[in-house]
Design a protein around this ligand. Structure first.
Ligand SMILES: Nc1nc2c(ncn2[C@@H]2O[C@H](COP(=O)(O)OP(=O)(O)OP(=O)(O)O)[C@@H](O)[C@H]2O)c(=O)[nH]1
Ligand SMILES: [Mg+2]
Ligand SMILES: [Zn+2]
Length: 343
């Protein structure tokens, strides 16, 4: 018998397991199929194409009930409610959510110090991480080949009081510190661009060359999208779990208003003093954010990025409301399409 405790079982509320026949946690998802760790070891389970298209499509990190269907074999019968879920706007469809990983305690935004870090990109990734419901952290890799760029200043001004880990593969102490932050039965999901060293970091934390690693282009340190599947890996001596993901290009936010306010809480705090509650900090009278920019206590570029993200989320919300009204007019008979879930 395989013990599921190190895989984070204690975090699943017991009332959710009442009708579960064969419990397992999804550790890898491929097209139409996934690997699920169960008390009997890893089971290859079908999530047939029908399932893969709707909201029952499993993602890595999910706790699932495995069923059996004649002619198909083991199938994902049900996904238990997700405690946290890392998601973004589907890159292929403007108004669809794509869940990347679930039931994680930490989301590590990974950046390689061998390349520049635009503040806006870090902000987007942090909003995405915070929107999961898990704790966002920043992991800066490749300190051994760091370029001469004020990355740490960017991180300090954007990530502010968040935990920041600076690592390199040959710095054992830095890896030990990160491993300690994950902790037994907890899951750390890694997100970031291709080539920043996510899979290398997993290998270094595990201590074996478990995952495939690719080189980066010499000219600009861009990765080659080596990792193609999301994979959950256990660290040695049950010291925690790490979830590797493929490098992301597009970071479209999805229903992330609350997370936006968390990441920009310095500006949200200022905005309490604006005259209008719905102030857009553009040209309204008595705007506290505009005053802070004028007197030099707020960064105008950061304010601009905040306003742009807020506007993007607002437009998405308006489109979603219009879509819902349209669906209701048409009798609500149309179901959502695509890989993710419309809300
Ligand atoms: N010098 C140095 N190179 C590193 C370090 N970590 C990773 N690399 C290199 O960075 C390159 C990319 O590493 P990967 O682990 O494949 O990056 P990834 O983020 O998983 O990339 P995708 O799977 O494409 O998203 C490889 O050539 C690694 O050897 C480090 O700490 N120092
Ligand atoms: Mg990788
Ligand atoms: Zn204002």
């Amino acid at each position: 018998m395989n013990d599921l405790t190190p895989w984070g079982l204690h975090a699943v509320p017991s009332e959710q397991m009442v009708d579960v026949n064969r419990l397992g946690r999804v550790i890898r998802v491929d097209r139409g199929e996934c690997d699920v760790i169960t008390v009997d070891g890893v089971v290859r389970v079908l999530s047939d194409s029908q399932r893969a298209q709707d909201e029952r499509a499993p993602v890595t990190g999910d706790w699932v009930d495995i069923g059996y269907e004649d002619g198909l074999g083991d199938v994902v019968a049900r996904i238990l409610p997700r405690r946290t879920s890392v998601s973004r706007r589907d890159p292929a469809e403007r108004d669809l959510e794509q869940v990347l990983a679930s039931n994680v305690e930490l989301v590590g935004v990974v950046h390689g110090l061998d390349r520049p870090l635009p503040a806006g990109r870090l902000e987007r990734l942090l909003v995405m991480a915070a929107n999961s419901g898990a704790e966002p952290i920043v992991i800066l890799t490749k300190v051994d080949v760091a370029i001469d760029d004020p990355i740490e200043a960017t991180v300090r001004s954007v990530a502010r009081d968040m935990a920041v880990f600076v690592t390199s593969l040959d710095d054992v102490a830095s890896l030990e510190t990160l491993r300690g932050a994950v902790g037994p039965t907890r899951t750390l999901a890694l997100i970031g661009a291709s080539g920043v060293g996510k899979s290398s970091l997993v290998n270094a934390l595990v201590g074996t060359e478990l995952l495939e690693v690719g080189d980066v282009r010499a000219s600009d340190a861009k990765g080659r999208h080596t990792t193609t599947a999301r994979e959950l890996v256990m660290l040695p001596s049950d010291t925690g779990l790490v979830l590797d993901t493929p490098g992301i290009r597009a970071i479209g936010l999805w229903e992330a208003e609350h997370a936006l306010d968390l990441i920009f809480d310095d500006l949200v705090e200022l905005a309490h003093a604006c005259r209008f509650r719905d102030c857009t900090h553009d040209a309204e009278p008595d705007c506290a954010v505009c005053s802070a920019v004028k007197n030099g206590s707020a960064d105008p570029l950061r304010v601009d990025r905040f306003r742009a993200l807020a506007q993007e989320l607002e437009q998405q919300r308006v489109r979603e409301e219009e879509r819902q009204r349209r669906t209701e007019r048409e009798g609500g008979s149309r179901r959502g399409r695509g890989k993710g879930r419309r809300r």
